[in-house]
Design a protein around this ligand. Structure first.
Ligand code: SAM
Length: 259
């Protein structure tokens, strides 16, 4: 078993939390410093940014979050810097327990944007994807129903630790729910593990994304996602655009796809 899986299984939560925060501190702390000490296009005070960072750590303590603070701080900073010339909502595809949803709900409040959240709330769809080792060497498999967390738990987490006032939930398979979505998108966060689910996100969200907007993937440590995002034929045939330049593709879990 990989070291991280062993720690997750055997080390009690407060210690596990401390381990995770120390392990990722070299990545997290520079992102936090950059966020705290720079103003944002959507006006925020130092106090508001500090409170947001504090809320992120509290949410990570209370809700199982399979992402790092660095990822969500980077997303928060990008969203708060979009400015009014980039219209649209924030989209999240893939909520799990709602840790990232809860954090994004607080970012949406500061950015005065809506947050639309898409998930089956029943876990992964039926699929034939084999899974395998990520670029960090850990094995991942996503059979039907894995990562299942119900909508009520996510709603509860957002209401308790975040801000529900700007959040809408879209329950169902992405291929169904995103197909009917028509609102302009300023920023989208894809964290859906499967190549097919990522394809569904890009197929429906990329055309809705405003010029100057951005789509993040938090799954780019999986070889099948790297292959998809780097596939010029996919971009040209499915989306009718040349493959965009995606910095750090192949070496980072977290990548930004500019529009
Ligand atoms: C890794 S989890 C999301 C983690 C979450 N963003 C976070 O950081 O806390 C992946 C989620 O994607 C959802 N998902 C994957 N493929 C899907 C699909 N085709 N339709 C609906 N939901 C899907 C799963 O139900 C699961 O909740």
């Amino acid at each position: 078993m990989h070291l991280r899986s062993r720690i997750k299984r055997y080390v009690p939560w407060p210690l596990h939390y401390l381990y995770r925060k120390l392990y990722y501190a070299p990545q997290d702390l520079p992102a936090i410093a950059g966020f705290l000490f720079h103003t944002t296009a959507s006006p925020t005070t130092f106090g508001e940014r500090l409170r947001l960072v504090g809320a992120f750590y509290r949410i990570s303590y209370r809700v199982d979050c399979p992402h790092t603070e660095h990822e969500l701080i980077t997303i928060a900073r990008a969203i708060l810097n979009l400015g009014t010339n980039v219209p649209g909502v924030i989209v999240e595809a893939g909520a799990y327990h709602g840790g990232s949803t809860t954090k994004l709900s607080l970012v949406a409040k500061l950015a005065k944007r809506k947050l639309a959240v898409f998930d089956s709330f029943e876990g992964m769809p039926e699929n034939t994807e084999a899974g395998g080792a990520s670029i960090y060497g850990r094995e991942h498999h996503f059979p039907k129903g894995s990562h299942a967390v119900g909508l009520e738990e996510v709603r509860h987490n957002v209401a308790t630790y975040g801000d529900s006032s700007r959040v809408s939930f879209h329950k169902g398979w992405l291929s169904d729910t995103l197909k009917d979505f028509t609102e302009p998108v300023a920023a989208a966060c894809m964290n859906v593990d499967l190549a097919q689910s990522t394809k569904d996100c890009l197929k429906y969200l990329y055309p809705l994304t405003s010029a100057g907007g951005v789509i993040f993937s938090q799954d780019a440590h999986f070889p099948w996602i790297i292959e998809l995002l780097g596939d010029a034929a996919f971009w040209e045939k499915e989306l009718g655009v040349p493959k965009p330049v995606i910095r750090n593709l192949g070496s980072s879990k977290f990548v930004a796809i500019p529009r």
